[in-house]
Design a protein around this ligand. Structure first.
Ligand code: BGC
Length: 732
């Protein structure tokens, strides 16, 4: 990165809503060997050299804690250069200049909206004769209005295809720090898939709606034949209402609208500087006949490598797996967000903490999280407090237990899945600051989100009945434990934390001698706080049964609920919860045609009415966190406790006849693990392919195997009584 001699530039006058385009023309007199463009912006940019797009990073430079960190991209542009050249860069408001968060009014937000756009760049060209030439952004660059008449994260984009930039003026230097510039750290955001429209619907309300059959995050590309000045206008939605009409009241203040003014003739277009979360679009204006083949949803997210797959003998469960994957794809757009559609789309720390383990199995998210965790550390407050969202767009809002704990849980989980302890080394100070902060007096009485969306909430509240202080005290113990483990691994001094753990656990047991809710039981079991975990798990199982085999847990308890049950002999009940097709259950939304995970179990109710307009996202990944239980406990693959990164495996499946078979595949840093079980006439057949030594726990017996492929059988000797009599194994 070498932007020392480049200057920040901006427009010489305010263009209002219109997005500026900057240009630089230059002549390359000699034969070109190589050329590289370094560039970043205040806002989001799209660069073109001689009319061809530079790179394939969508919404570059991505989203970081801009006050501290702004990523610079470097592109090899050798192939794009000619003798006479023109570089053009269009700037949208992006996250930087958008009025985020949409749902609050604050000075801070207005200030963000009023900030200037900015561009900084450097083009270095190497010639065949050994010489080089450097072009740095300065006031010799020019700007004009671009055809993008408006672009913003929540509200959408307006484009005038008949408009050509003219009246170029000299750019103005912008006084902005370069201290924040860092090389690209995260995964680039890219177009990763194209989903053809499935149907054109004509709704009872007389609307024309395009259905893509899958909720995605990205934008719609369309082809249209038109007269100059004709308009294409549409808005986005996730659901149809009970009557089959278009619905997007749940986007709240986010307009999510596209307006395209056509030029003469055939044209294909999609927005370039914003994104939407949607399954449907409603056409508000369209010239001519509406044909399904003219619409494609372009899927956009951080370009992570897929590493985990699940498949079962149950079609609904398979749909749930697909919904979990799409939930991740829809919300991993440089920052792990709560949802991609309404006026939030923020890096809610609680949601990220809940989902990180599942995320780390389905995709390689090491780079993605390491970048976000650096933003977390950069935005961590003086006191050690971690905000509700990262980047911290709510700087005056208090942190909360189970939200700010992302500071400790996320680095620990990334280390666990991938085995590289440098993430702990890098985050250690931030982890420690958080733990010190929550170890101060008064944390239990501080503001907390509680067991957010717990079903045992008193009427009218989003908070489940689990005591705030209980959650705060339990997560504090968990965070201290993880910090201690990290510290010992790194050889840091953590004795004081061992002492404080002892003091806090004593206090916890004194303050909370009884567990009152499902979530309180779950936390006491899963965080190892209960004096008698077996008894506590049995009590939890009774509670779940007394509740009609229904979960009552919210954001805090749900991710660990099935673990707490199956770890203590109640796998059958865990399966009951997982396979439940009525509210509240993971498969209920599947019966309603969901293609992503919903924020509420009953986002859409049996009668087709909606939970509320106020807070009802249909692409909220949090409850998709159940996939970590499916990999670890249902399929039975987890890394041995002292072998992070899957350097050694524990294989301990919990099969259930209701789904016939389950297959899991996990690409780890040590190779690919494949595990499956299948119910056959004579018993259950288990297959394991492991690239590392494994401890196999089947039929109440422990045995060690080396890397290889194995088949184990559990044979039903008496057909009507499922009874394990032994195992035969084959290795190859
Ligand atoms: C977000 C959540 C988040 C919560 C905090 C909501 O508006 O969408 O997912 O964790 O607020 O309570």
């Amino acid at each position: 990165m070498n932007l020392k001699n480049s200057q920040w530039i901006t427009t010489a006058r305010d263009l209002g809503d219109v997005c500026p385009v900057f240009r630089k023309r230059f002549i390359a007199e000699k034969e070109i060997l190589s050329a590289a463009l370094e560039i970043t912006a205040l806002g989001v940019y799209e660069a073109e050299l001689n009319g061809r797009r530079v790179g394939d990073f969508v919404l570059a430079p991505g989203w970081t804690s801009y006050d501290h960190r702004l990523q610079v991209q470097t592109y090899d542009v050798t192939e794009l250069l000619r003798k006479e050249n023109e570089l053009r860069v269009t700037l949208g408001r992006g996250w930087f200049r958008s009025p985020m968060p949409g749902f609050v009014d604050s000075e801070d937000k207005q200030h963000r909206y009023d900030q200037p756009c900015g561009l900084i760049a450097r083009l270095e060209v190497h010639f065949a004769d050994g010489s080089e030439s450097v072009l740095s952004s300065d006031e010799s660059w020019e700007f004009a209005e671009s055809p993008v008449r408006f672009s913003e994260i929540y509200d959408g984009e307006r484009y005038d295809a008949a408009f050509a930039p003219k009246d170029w003026e000299a750019a103005r230097l912008l006084n902005w720090t370069k201290e924040i510039l860092i090389p690209q750290e995260g995964e680039e955001i890219r177009e990763t898939e194209r989903v053809a429209a499935r149907a054109v619907l004509h709704t009872p309300a007389g609307e024309t709606v395009i259905d893509f059959g899958q909720e995605v995050t990205g934008y719609v590309e369309f082809a249209v034949t038109a007269r100059e000045g004709d308009e294409v206008r549409f808005t986005h939605g996730e659901m149809l209402d009970a009557e089959g009409n278009f619905y997007n009241a749940n986007y709240r203040s986010a307009r999510a609208e596209v307006l395209f003014r056509c030029r003469e003739g055939n044209q294909i277009w999609h927005p370039r500087l914003t994104f939407f979360g949607f399954r449907y679009i409603k056409l508000l204006s369209w010239p001519g006949e509406v044909k399904v083949e003219d619409f494609t949803a372009v899927v956009v997210h951080s370009d992570m490598k897929r590493t985990g797959w699940l498949e079962s003998g149950d079609a609904m469960l398979n749909q749930l797996f697909s919904n979990i994957v799409w939930g991740q794809r829809g919300n991993f757009l440089d920052v792990p967000t709560d949802c991609p559609q309404r006026d939030e789309r923020l890096g809610w720390t609680g949601d990220a903490q809940v989902f990180v383990r599942t995320a780390s199995y389905l995709y390689d998210v090491e780079r993605f999280f390491r970048k976000w965790l650096r933003d977390l550390a950069a935005d961590q407050r003086e006191s050690g407090e971690v905000g509700e969202v990262i980047p911290d767009m709510l700087p005056t809002y208090p942190g909360s237990a189970a939200w700010g704990d992302a500071a400790v849980i996320c680095p620990w989980t990334i280390y666990q899945t991938y085995g590289d302890r440098s993430v702990l080394d890098e985050q250690f100070e931030s982890m420690k600051k958080w733990v010190d902060y929550i170890s101060g007096e008064g944390w239990e009485k501080h503001f907390h989100f509680g067991d957010w969306l717990g079903l045992d909430a008193p009427s009218g509240s989003y908070k489940g009945s689990t005591r705030d202080g209980f959650i705060a005290a339990a997560f504090r113990l968990h965070a201290i434990e993880l910090l201690g483990k990290a510290g010992r691994l790194l050889g840091r001094e953590v004795h004081a934390y061992q002492d404080s753990y002892m003091a806090f656990i004593e206090r916890f047991r004194k303050d909370y001698p009884d567990y009152r809710t499902q979530t309180e039981h779950v936390l006491a079991i899963h965080f190892g706080l209960a004096e008698d975990p077996q008894k506590t798990a049995d009590a939890l199982a009774d509670l779940v049964r007394d509740d009609g085999k229904q979960l009552r847990t919210g954001f805090v308890g749900t991710p660990y609920l099935l673990h707490a049950l199956s770890d203590y002999g109640h796998a059958d009940l865990a399966w009951d919860l997982l396979l439940r097709k009525t509210y509240p259950g993971w498969l209920y939304s599947v019966t309603k045609g969901a293609t992503t995970i919903w924020e509420h179990w009953d986002g859409a109710k049996e009668d087709g009415s909606f939970w509320s307009t106020d807070m009802n996202s249909f692409n909220h990944y949090a409850y998709g966190a159940v996939a970590d239980w499916i990999f670890e406990k249902a399929a039975g693959i987890r890394h041995e406790e002292n072998a992070p990164g899957f350097a050694a495996l524990v294989y301990e499946p919990h099969p259930d006849p209701r789904i016939g078979f389950l297959k899991a595949e996990l690409e780890t840093r040590h190779g690919t693990i494949r595990a499956s079980w299948r119910y056959e006439d004579t018993g259950i057949r288990y297959e394991l392919e492991t690239p590392v030594p494994a401890l196999v726990r089947l039929g109440g017996e422990d045995r060690y195997v080396m890397s290889g492929s194995y088949t184990f059988w559990s044979i039903h000797s008496i057909p009507e009584k499922e009874h394990t009599i032994g195992f035969s194994e084959r290795s190859s």
